[in-house]
Design a protein around this ligand. Structure first.
Ligand code: PMP
Length: 475
């Protein structure tokens, strides 16, 4: 009797175990894709000094904030953090705008949020293009079915109020897009008077400040900017993935008068305004916010508030000036001639004669643990880009990158690299390759490829640690 009762009580357990085994067995037999070997190894993240155009390094305080335990995306503590982010953005942008929040996405996402909400199919937009960001904005606006006109300047130059006024008179746009910090060319666009000019011509002013916010003065309200957006991963030193944005009352009125809803639900400012508590209504779920990224962004904005905008601008300008002088002393040519037009966060310098930019960036990465980047869009192959943003904008980093560049100039000249076409260089390649577990045949074929197309391969004339090379990166 007792035995029967015991058997009855353990039976469900046994069945569960049996079923579990059967299911596991069945699942295993059905699997055609094995667990990836890479994922079975520990995550590997090397230490690097990120002096490219972004992202920049994340200081421990911001890292720690991002690593905190999750809360729910509607919990009052998270809503409180969101309110603090709003206030931080209002400070960084120098605006009182109610409709101020962070987009859950990178700088491009904020660019799309601005254009998706401001424009309807058939609306006319004038895009100031002096680098890649204008090109991207024009591309997005065309996808929306807007009527896009381009105002062009060569890379390295900025727009004058006269240029802008001509475009406004000629095309009568509803929106003007312009980039404050052109990170592909290293140009800082003066904004004085542009808002007032646009408003006189019945146009809204939309400004991209992804690469400049916190590093160069911008005054959203005083400069009458209607929509301003930025990113988290540059001066704010937070990981990429959140993007401050703000809309003026004028811009908000344009949103309210829309004939149709914005094409994107995710980026619909009506929904986002509610989720961020900007419309005075009870907050409703819109999407599950990247809560930990909000924690990091909050800390990035807090560090900026503690330092003070003016000190931050001053720090970026001073370090940029020191870097520019150092580059000139190395015999290099700055891409942006006019000193006041140089972006304090990202400096562009021409690739010197006799060098390939990929050799230099790969050398810095491999031998000095420092990332700088080549050009982007219209500056590809022409420039190197060096970013000093937020906590990375220090005199010590200026010295470090200048020393690394000096070293690169000594080692990466084409004639020096080509000198490797000797028996001695060949055996150096062999030795380094074999030390890294490569087959001799593979090393020699790599050597032959390098002789034919040196820009594709990191040469072995460099320290052994540089072989084989990780590829160059851009922002
Ligand atoms: N605008 C500018 C001026 C930028 O520098 C960048 C990033 N390099 C972007 C927009 C796009 O930002 P993200 O890469 O974060 O999407």
């Amino acid at each position: 009797m007792l035995a029967a009762a015991q058997a009855a009580s353990t039976a469900p357990l046994l069945w569960a175990q049996l079923l579990g085994t059967a299911r596991r067995g069945m699942a295993t037999s059905l699997l055609r894709v094995p667990p990836p070997q890479g994922l079975l190894r520990p995550l590997a993240v090397p230490e690097r000094l990120l002096l490219g155009p972004g992202p920049s390094n994340v200081p421990p305080r911001i890292q720690a904030a991002g690593g905190r335990q999750l809360l729910g995306h509607m919990h009052p503590e998270v809503l409180q953090v969101m309110d603090e982010i709003k206030a931080g953005i209002q400070y960084a942008f120098q605006t009182q705008n109610r409709l101020t929040l962070a987009i859950s996405g990178s700088g491009h996402c904020a660019m799309e949020a601005a254009l998706f909400n401001l424009l309807e199919p058939g609306d006319t937009v004038l895009v100031a293009i002096n680098g890649i960001w204008g090109q991207r904005a024009a591309d997005i606006a065309r996808r929306l079915g807007a009527n896009v006109y381009e105002l062009l300047k060569p890379p390295g130059k900025y727009f004058t109020p006269q240029d802008i006024e001509q475009g406004l008179v000629q095309h009568k746009p509803l929106v003007l897009f312009i980039t404050h910090g052109e990170s592909s060319t290293g140009v800082l666009q003066p904004l004085e008077g542009l808002g007032e000019l646009c408003h006189r011509h019945g146009c809204l002013l939309l400004v991209d400040a992804v690469a400049s916010l916190g590093g160069a003065p911008i005054f959203m309200d005083q400069q009458e900017i209607d929509v301003l957006y930025s990113g988290s991963q540059k001066v704010l030193n937070a990981p990429p993935g959140t993007a401050p944005i703000s809309f003026s009352e004028r811009a908000r009125e344009k949103l309210l008068k829309r004939k149709m809803k914005p094409l994107s639900f995710y980026l619909d400012m009506g929904w986002l305004a509610n989720y961020w508590g900007c419309d005075g209504e009870p907050r409703r779920y819109h999407h599950t916010a990247p809560i930990n990224s909000f924690f990091s962004l909050r800390e990035g904005l807090a560090i900026l508030a503690e330092l003070g905008l003016e000190s931050s601008w001053e720090q970026h300008r001073a370090n940029c000036t020191q870097l520019c002088q150092g580059l000139i002393d190395l015999g290099l040519e700055l891409f942006v001639k006019e000193e006041k037009a140089r972006l304090p966060t990202i400096t562009t310098v021409r690739v010197p004669e006799g060098y390939n930019w990929k050799d230099i960036t790969a050398f810095l990465m491999d031998s000095h643990g420092v990332e700088i980047a080549g050009g982007l869009g219209p500056t590809v192959d022409k420039v190197l880009r060096i970013g000093l943003m937020g906590c990375n904008s220090t005199g010590a980093n200026v010295d470090r990158v200048l020393r690394a560049l000096q070293d690169a100039l000594n080692r990466c000249h084409r004639s020096r690299l080509r000198h490797g076409n000797t028996q001695q260089a060949k055996s150096q390649w062999k030795e380094a390759g074999i030390a890294r577990g490569m087959e001799e045949r593979a090393v020699l074929s790599r050597y032959e490829t390098w002789l034919k197309t040196p820009s594709l391969i990191t040469p072995i004339a460099w320290p052994l640690s540089s072989f084989p090379s990780s590829g160059p990166r851009a922002c």
